[in-house]
Design a protein around this ligand. Structure first.
Ligand code: AHR
Length: 355
Protein backbone atom coordinates (compact mmCIF):
# COMPACT_ATOMS: atom_id res chain seq x y z
CA UNK A 1 0.00 0.00 0.00
CA UNK A 2 1.34 3.43 -0.94
CA UNK A 3 1.37 5.77 1.98
CA UNK A 4 1.34 9.55 1.81
CA UNK A 5 4.94 9.46 3.02
CA UNK A 6 6.02 7.29 0.02
CA UNK A 7 4.25 9.63 -2.40
CA UNK A 8 6.00 12.63 -0.90
CA UNK A 9 9.42 10.86 -1.06
CA UNK A 10 8.89 9.97 -4.74
CA UNK A 11 7.82 13.51 -5.56
CA UNK A 12 10.93 14.94 -3.86
CA UNK A 13 13.11 12.46 -5.78
CA UNK A 14 11.51 13.43 -9.09
CA UNK A 15 12.00 17.09 -8.26
CA UNK A 16 15.67 16.52 -7.46
CA UNK A 17 16.28 14.56 -10.70
CA UNK A 18 14.53 17.32 -12.69
CA UNK A 19 16.65 19.96 -11.04
CA UNK A 20 19.83 18.00 -11.76
CA UNK A 21 18.90 17.55 -15.45
CA UNK A 22 18.16 21.25 -15.73
CA UNK A 23 21.54 22.10 -14.24
CA UNK A 24 23.38 19.70 -16.57
CA UNK A 25 21.55 21.08 -19.59
CA UNK A 26 22.52 24.62 -18.62
CA UNK A 27 26.18 23.67 -18.20
CA UNK A 28 26.51 21.94 -21.56
CA UNK A 29 24.92 24.93 -23.33
CA UNK A 30 27.35 27.38 -21.80
CA UNK A 31 30.25 25.00 -22.62
CA UNK A 32 29.17 24.94 -26.28
CA UNK A 33 28.82 28.67 -26.58
CA UNK A 34 32.29 29.06 -25.07
CA UNK A 35 33.79 26.94 -27.85
CA UNK A 36 31.97 28.92 -30.53
CA UNK A 37 33.19 32.20 -29.16
CA UNK A 38 36.75 30.86 -29.05
CA UNK A 39 36.68 30.38 -32.84
CA UNK A 40 36.90 33.86 -34.39
CA UNK A 41 34.45 34.16 -37.23
CA UNK A 42 35.09 36.86 -39.82
CA UNK A 43 32.20 38.68 -41.43
CA UNK A 44 29.97 36.47 -43.63
CA UNK A 45 31.96 33.42 -42.68
CA UNK A 46 31.53 30.06 -41.08
CA UNK A 47 33.85 28.99 -38.28
CA UNK A 48 35.41 26.16 -40.24
CA UNK A 49 36.63 25.50 -43.77
CA UNK A 50 35.54 22.48 -45.75
CA UNK A 51 38.55 20.41 -46.69
CA UNK A 52 40.91 22.32 -44.43
CA UNK A 53 39.96 20.66 -41.18
CA UNK A 54 40.03 17.02 -40.06
CA UNK A 55 37.09 15.18 -41.64
CA UNK A 56 35.14 15.00 -38.36
CA UNK A 57 34.80 18.76 -38.28
CA UNK A 58 33.59 19.17 -41.85
CA UNK A 59 30.07 17.91 -41.17
CA UNK A 60 29.10 21.25 -39.67
CA UNK A 61 31.13 23.32 -42.17
CA UNK A 62 29.66 25.89 -44.51
CA UNK A 63 31.29 26.25 -47.92
CA UNK A 64 33.75 29.15 -48.04
CA UNK A 65 33.35 31.39 -51.10
CA UNK A 66 36.36 33.19 -52.58
CA UNK A 67 35.82 35.87 -55.24
CA UNK A 68 38.94 36.25 -57.38
CA UNK A 69 39.42 39.05 -59.89
CA UNK A 70 42.06 37.80 -62.33
CA UNK A 71 43.53 40.60 -64.44
CA UNK A 72 43.60 38.79 -67.80
CA UNK A 73 44.98 35.95 -69.89
CA UNK A 74 47.76 37.81 -71.68
CA UNK A 75 50.58 35.29 -71.18
CA UNK A 76 51.60 31.70 -70.54
CA UNK A 77 52.42 32.80 -66.98
CA UNK A 78 48.89 34.09 -66.48
CA UNK A 79 47.31 30.87 -67.75
CA UNK A 80 49.45 28.87 -65.32
CA UNK A 81 48.48 31.27 -62.52
CA UNK A 82 44.76 30.90 -63.23
CA UNK A 83 45.05 27.10 -63.46
CA UNK A 84 46.98 26.96 -60.18
CA UNK A 85 44.30 29.00 -58.38
CA UNK A 86 41.46 26.90 -59.81
CA UNK A 87 43.16 23.62 -58.85
CA UNK A 88 44.11 24.76 -55.36
CA UNK A 89 40.57 26.00 -54.66
CA UNK A 90 39.08 22.66 -55.76
CA UNK A 91 41.59 20.80 -53.60
CA UNK A 92 40.84 22.94 -50.55
CA UNK A 93 37.08 22.62 -51.05
CA UNK A 94 36.71 26.38 -51.51
CA UNK A 95 34.06 27.69 -53.91
CA UNK A 96 35.86 29.94 -56.37
CA UNK A 97 34.12 32.73 -58.28
CA UNK A 98 36.73 33.72 -60.87
CA UNK A 99 36.34 36.70 -63.14
CA UNK A 100 38.76 37.54 -65.99
CA UNK A 101 39.11 41.30 -66.55
CA UNK A 102 40.95 41.06 -69.88
CA UNK A 103 43.53 43.65 -68.76
CA UNK A 104 40.85 46.24 -67.98
CA UNK A 105 40.81 47.80 -64.50
CA UNK A 106 37.16 48.89 -64.86
CA UNK A 107 36.18 45.26 -65.39
CA UNK A 108 38.06 44.39 -62.20
CA UNK A 109 35.99 46.97 -60.30
CA UNK A 110 32.77 45.52 -61.73
CA UNK A 111 33.78 41.99 -60.77
CA UNK A 112 34.66 43.10 -57.24
CA UNK A 113 31.32 44.88 -56.82
CA UNK A 114 29.52 41.75 -57.92
CA UNK A 115 31.50 39.75 -55.32
CA UNK A 116 30.38 42.26 -52.67
CA UNK A 117 26.74 41.86 -53.74
CA UNK A 118 27.09 38.09 -53.54
CA UNK A 119 28.53 38.44 -50.01
CA UNK A 120 31.57 36.26 -50.64
CA UNK A 121 33.76 35.40 -47.63
CA UNK A 122 37.09 36.66 -49.04
CA UNK A 123 38.05 38.70 -52.13
CA UNK A 124 41.39 38.20 -53.91
CA UNK A 125 42.60 40.60 -56.61
CA UNK A 126 45.47 40.39 -59.10
CA UNK A 127 45.56 44.11 -60.07
CA UNK A 128 46.31 44.96 -63.69
CA UNK A 129 47.87 48.32 -62.70
CA UNK A 130 49.03 49.71 -59.36
CA UNK A 131 47.00 52.91 -59.05
CA UNK A 132 43.32 53.76 -58.57
CA UNK A 133 42.38 51.08 -56.04
CA UNK A 134 41.43 53.10 -52.93
CA UNK A 135 37.70 53.66 -53.66
CA UNK A 136 36.89 50.03 -54.43
CA UNK A 137 39.01 48.75 -51.53
CA UNK A 138 37.05 51.08 -49.25
CA UNK A 139 33.79 49.61 -50.60
CA UNK A 140 35.06 46.12 -49.77
CA UNK A 141 36.04 47.25 -46.27
CA UNK A 142 32.57 48.73 -45.71
CA UNK A 143 31.11 45.33 -46.63
CA UNK A 144 33.39 43.73 -44.02
CA UNK A 145 35.09 41.39 -46.50
CA UNK A 146 38.82 40.65 -46.12
CA UNK A 147 41.03 41.28 -49.19
CA UNK A 148 44.12 39.45 -50.43
CA UNK A 149 46.28 41.07 -53.12
CA UNK A 150 47.84 38.50 -55.45
CA UNK A 151 50.75 38.74 -57.91
CA UNK A 152 50.86 42.53 -58.56
CA UNK A 153 50.60 45.19 -55.91
CA UNK A 154 48.40 48.24 -55.30
CA UNK A 155 49.60 51.76 -54.51
CA UNK A 156 47.53 52.71 -51.48
CA UNK A 157 48.47 54.88 -48.53
CA UNK A 158 46.41 52.84 -46.09
CA UNK A 159 47.87 49.35 -46.19
CA UNK A 160 45.20 48.11 -43.79
CA UNK A 161 42.84 48.08 -46.79
CA UNK A 162 44.15 44.60 -47.55
CA UNK A 163 45.21 41.71 -45.34
CA UNK A 164 48.25 40.49 -47.23
CA UNK A 165 50.06 40.72 -50.57
CA UNK A 166 51.27 37.41 -52.03
CA UNK A 167 53.65 37.51 -54.99
CA UNK A 168 57.14 37.84 -56.41
CA UNK A 169 59.77 40.46 -55.74
CA UNK A 170 59.77 42.06 -59.19
CA UNK A 171 62.51 44.53 -58.31
CA UNK A 172 64.88 41.67 -57.49
CA UNK A 173 63.94 39.99 -60.77
CA UNK A 174 65.19 43.08 -62.62
CA UNK A 175 68.36 43.09 -60.53
CA UNK A 176 69.01 39.42 -61.35
CA UNK A 177 68.56 40.08 -65.07
CA UNK A 178 71.02 42.99 -64.92
CA UNK A 179 73.58 40.92 -63.01
CA UNK A 180 73.43 38.28 -65.71
CA UNK A 181 74.01 40.87 -68.46
CA UNK A 182 76.89 42.48 -66.57
CA UNK A 183 78.54 39.13 -65.96
CA UNK A 184 78.03 37.92 -69.54
CA UNK A 185 79.66 41.09 -70.91
CA UNK A 186 82.42 41.39 -68.33
CA UNK A 187 85.11 41.02 -71.02
CA UNK A 188 83.49 43.64 -73.28
CA UNK A 189 84.58 47.17 -72.35
CA UNK A 190 83.14 48.64 -75.56
CA UNK A 191 79.83 50.56 -75.63
CA UNK A 192 76.89 48.13 -75.51
CA UNK A 193 73.34 49.10 -76.53
CA UNK A 194 70.47 47.45 -74.65
CA UNK A 195 66.83 47.22 -75.76
CA UNK A 196 64.06 46.78 -73.21
CA UNK A 197 60.61 45.30 -73.83
CA UNK A 198 58.41 46.51 -71.01
CA UNK A 199 55.18 44.89 -69.85
CA UNK A 200 51.82 46.59 -69.31
CA UNK A 201 52.19 50.31 -68.59
CA UNK A 202 51.55 51.07 -64.92
CA UNK A 203 51.77 47.42 -63.79
CA UNK A 204 53.97 46.47 -60.82
CA UNK A 205 56.15 43.93 -62.67
CA UNK A 206 56.88 46.38 -65.46
CA UNK A 207 57.68 49.24 -63.10
CA UNK A 208 59.74 47.23 -60.63
CA UNK A 209 61.62 45.03 -63.09
CA UNK A 210 62.56 48.16 -65.01
CA UNK A 211 63.76 49.89 -61.82
CA UNK A 212 65.79 46.92 -60.60
CA UNK A 213 67.42 46.43 -64.00
CA UNK A 214 68.24 50.12 -64.45
CA UNK A 215 69.69 50.48 -60.97
CA UNK A 216 72.57 48.14 -61.85
CA UNK A 217 72.94 48.92 -65.54
CA UNK A 218 73.26 52.66 -64.90
CA UNK A 219 76.29 51.98 -62.69
CA UNK A 220 78.13 50.63 -65.77
CA UNK A 221 79.37 53.43 -68.04
CA UNK A 222 79.61 51.24 -71.16
CA UNK A 223 76.09 49.80 -70.85
CA UNK A 224 73.16 51.88 -72.05
CA UNK A 225 69.46 51.25 -72.54
CA UNK A 226 68.96 52.88 -75.92
CA UNK A 227 65.50 51.53 -76.79
CA UNK A 228 62.61 50.87 -74.48
CA UNK A 229 58.89 50.42 -75.18
CA UNK A 230 55.88 48.61 -73.72
CA UNK A 231 54.60 45.44 -75.41
CA UNK A 232 51.88 44.52 -72.90
CA UNK A 233 53.39 41.16 -71.88
CA UNK A 234 52.10 39.49 -75.08
CA UNK A 235 53.98 37.47 -77.69
CA UNK A 236 52.49 39.48 -80.57
CA UNK A 237 53.37 42.72 -78.77
CA UNK A 238 56.98 41.56 -78.33
CA UNK A 239 57.24 40.71 -82.04
CA UNK A 240 55.78 44.03 -83.19
CA UNK A 241 57.86 46.23 -80.89
CA UNK A 242 61.06 44.38 -81.74
CA UNK A 243 60.27 44.86 -85.44
CA UNK A 244 60.04 48.62 -84.89
CA UNK A 245 63.32 48.60 -82.93
CA UNK A 246 64.98 46.88 -85.87
CA UNK A 247 63.65 49.42 -88.33
CA UNK A 248 66.34 51.75 -86.98
CA UNK A 249 69.62 51.96 -88.92
CA UNK A 250 71.77 48.86 -88.36
CA UNK A 251 74.44 50.74 -86.37
CA UNK A 252 71.80 51.46 -83.73
CA UNK A 253 70.67 47.87 -83.28
CA UNK A 254 70.96 46.58 -79.75
CA UNK A 255 73.44 43.91 -78.63
CA UNK A 256 71.25 42.91 -75.66
CA UNK A 257 67.52 42.50 -75.14
CA UNK A 258 65.93 42.59 -71.69
CA UNK A 259 62.35 41.40 -72.02
CA UNK A 260 60.03 41.77 -69.03
CA UNK A 261 58.48 38.38 -69.79
CA UNK A 262 58.99 35.19 -71.79
CA UNK A 263 56.08 35.67 -74.19
CA UNK A 264 57.45 39.00 -75.44
CA UNK A 265 60.95 37.48 -75.70
CA UNK A 266 59.60 34.61 -77.82
CA UNK A 267 57.81 37.10 -80.09
CA UNK A 268 61.01 39.14 -80.33
CA UNK A 269 63.00 36.05 -81.36
CA UNK A 270 60.86 35.86 -84.54
CA UNK A 271 61.50 39.53 -85.35
CA UNK A 272 65.24 39.17 -84.72
CA UNK A 273 65.39 36.21 -87.14
CA UNK A 274 63.39 38.12 -89.75
CA UNK A 275 66.07 40.84 -89.57
CA UNK A 276 68.74 38.28 -90.40
CA UNK A 277 70.26 38.07 -86.92
CA UNK A 278 70.85 34.97 -84.82
CA UNK A 279 68.96 35.32 -81.51
CA UNK A 280 71.05 34.32 -78.50
CA UNK A 281 74.29 35.04 -80.42
CA UNK A 282 74.04 38.32 -82.32
CA UNK A 283 71.66 39.52 -79.64
CA UNK A 284 71.88 38.35 -76.03
CA UNK A 285 68.36 37.80 -74.68
CA UNK A 286 67.32 37.76 -71.03
CA UNK A 287 63.69 37.42 -70.01
CA UNK A 288 61.54 36.81 -66.95
CA UNK A 289 59.03 34.06 -65.95
CA UNK A 290 60.68 30.69 -66.63
CA UNK A 291 57.96 29.04 -68.67
CA UNK A 292 58.58 25.68 -70.33
CA UNK A 293 58.41 27.41 -73.72
CA UNK A 294 61.22 29.77 -72.69
CA UNK A 295 63.27 26.80 -71.47
CA UNK A 296 62.80 25.16 -74.87
CA UNK A 297 64.02 28.38 -76.50
CA UNK A 298 67.02 28.41 -74.16
CA UNK A 299 67.79 24.79 -75.03
CA UNK A 300 67.65 25.75 -78.73
CA UNK A 301 70.10 28.60 -78.00
CA UNK A 302 67.67 31.46 -78.79
CA UNK A 303 67.31 32.87 -75.27
CA UNK A 304 70.37 33.16 -73.02
CA UNK A 305 68.90 33.39 -69.53
CA UNK A 306 65.55 33.45 -67.79
CA UNK A 307 64.78 34.90 -64.37
CA UNK A 308 62.13 32.84 -62.66
CA UNK A 309 58.78 34.36 -61.61
CA UNK A 310 56.55 31.74 -60.05
CA UNK A 311 52.86 31.79 -61.10
CA UNK A 312 51.87 28.78 -58.99
CA UNK A 313 50.35 30.89 -56.22
CA UNK A 314 47.15 28.85 -55.77
CA UNK A 315 48.17 26.77 -52.72
CA UNK A 316 49.53 29.82 -50.88
CA UNK A 317 46.40 31.81 -51.66
CA UNK A 318 44.09 29.07 -50.37
CA UNK A 319 46.23 28.74 -47.25
CA UNK A 320 45.88 32.47 -46.67
CA UNK A 321 42.08 32.20 -47.10
CA UNK A 322 42.04 29.41 -44.53
CA UNK A 323 44.09 31.45 -42.07
CA UNK A 324 41.83 34.45 -42.45
CA UNK A 325 38.73 32.31 -41.95
CA UNK A 326 40.27 30.88 -38.81
CA UNK A 327 40.80 34.42 -37.53
CA UNK A 328 44.59 34.22 -37.58
CA UNK A 329 46.85 37.10 -38.61
CA UNK A 330 49.05 36.90 -41.69
CA UNK A 331 52.31 38.60 -42.66
CA UNK A 332 51.64 41.73 -44.69
CA UNK A 333 53.88 40.46 -47.49
CA UNK A 334 54.53 36.91 -48.70
CA UNK A 335 57.28 36.57 -51.31
CA UNK A 336 57.78 33.46 -53.42
CA UNK A 337 61.35 32.08 -53.68
CA UNK A 338 62.74 32.24 -57.24
CA UNK A 339 65.87 31.45 -59.25
CA UNK A 340 67.67 32.38 -62.47
CA UNK A 341 68.39 29.81 -65.22
CA UNK A 342 70.93 29.95 -68.02
CA UNK A 343 71.33 27.91 -71.21
CA UNK A 344 73.72 25.55 -69.45
CA UNK A 345 70.97 24.47 -67.02
CA UNK A 346 68.02 24.67 -69.40
CA UNK A 347 68.31 21.23 -71.01
CA UNK A 348 68.51 19.56 -67.60
CA UNK A 349 65.56 21.53 -66.21
CA UNK A 350 63.15 21.76 -69.13
CA UNK A 351 61.29 18.55 -68.30
CA UNK A 352 60.82 19.67 -64.69
CA UNK A 353 59.05 22.90 -65.59
CA UNK A 354 55.50 22.89 -64.27
CA UNK A 355 54.26 25.80 -66.38
O1 AHR B 1 52.48 39.88 -63.04
C1 AHR B 1 53.27 38.85 -63.50
C2 AHR B 1 53.59 39.07 -64.95
O2 AHR B 1 52.38 39.18 -65.68
C3 AHR B 1 54.35 37.97 -65.64
O3 AHR B 1 55.71 38.16 -65.66
C4 AHR B 1 53.84 38.10 -67.02
O4 AHR B 1 54.18 37.03 -67.86
C5 AHR B 1 52.41 38.31 -66.77
O5 AHR B 1 51.65 38.63 -67.82
Amino acid sequence: MITLRTVLRRLTLLLLVGLLLLLLGGCSESANSGVQQAVPTPQHSPAVLTGLLPSGDTAAAKQVVLGFSQLGSESTWREANTASIREAAAEAGITLLLSNAEQDQQKQFEAIRSFIRRKVDVIAVAPVVQTGWEPVLLEIRQAGIPVIIVDRSVNVEDRSLYVTFIGSDFYQEGVKAAKYVIDKLRHHPEAIRIAELQGTVGSTPSIDRGRGFRKLIEERPNLEITMSAPADFTQSGGREVMRTFLQQPREKWPRVLFSHNDDMAIGAVDAIREAGLVPGEDMIIVSVDGTRRAFEQMTAGNINAVVECNPLLGPLLMQAVAEIMAGRTLPKRMVTPEDIYTQELAAMEVENRKY
